[in-house]
Design a protein around this ligand. Sequence first.
Ligand SMILES: Nc1ncnc2c1ncn2[C@@H]1O[C@H](COP(=O)(O)OP(=O)(O)OP(=O)(O)O)[C@@H](O)[C@H]1O
Ligand SMILES: [Mg+2]
Length: 222
Amino acid sequence: MTKSSILSGTELSKKYGDLEVVKNVSLVIDAGEFVCLVGKSGCGKTTLLSILSGLEKPTKGQVILNGKEIDGASEDELALFRRENVGFIFQSFNLIPTLSAWENVALPLFPLKMTNEQRRKRATELLGKMELGHRIEHLPSALSGGEKQRVAIARALINNPKIIFADEPTGNLDSSTGEAIMDILNKLHKDEGVAVLMVTHEAELAKTANRLIRMKDGEVVS
Ligand SMILES: Nc1ncnc2c1ncn2[C@@H]1O[C@H](COP(=O)(O)OP(=O)(O)OP(=O)(O)O)[C@@H](O)[C@H]1O
Ligand SMILES: [Mg+2]
């Protein structure tokens, strides 16, 4: 792990029973880097992302995320660590349907000592940055796909993470909306130095990244 790296995985493997879906993967992501992870369906991309972000434990290997060795941590410790250090964006947005846009964005702030007004202010600020200042009271069902994903990005940013993990964030969007989401992610890494590790199926989108990591049958091939 170099001084400037935000994430490093060393000799990671994951087995489900006899099935080894991640095989001896080592990688390093530098602070502020934008990396795309590509490969065929079922090759282990989501599993690797889950391991690197501390959502799942590897069968073997070590992960250092923002200077912390996360394999020894308890579930509670990990949940807290994730909340303070990483942001997540998913293909299916994962917004809570009964909460408004700003409440969804503010959700990670709820365990912190803040007033509702402070939470709302911070969430509104981020939604403004996502050009959704006019949609803060909308429920997810009243938002377009691209708007939902921008709410999800605002939520991912609310704790000022140094790295964002995104699993096919444009998978449910049409191509021009997908490009707009890519522009936002690109801007984040260029202007704010947030590292992004993103899984995508779309070769065109992957080209805009600093670096491509290609997986095949659980292994990193290039
Ligand atoms: N909990 C589990 N138990 C058993 N096998 C699993 C489990 N989770 C994933 N797998 C298997 O591990 C392999 C890798 O899955 P993973 O979801 O990481 O693939 P992926 O590259 O993200 O695919 P996609 O592009 O379709 O999302 C698959 O063959 C899958 O069936
Ligand atoms: Mg996947």
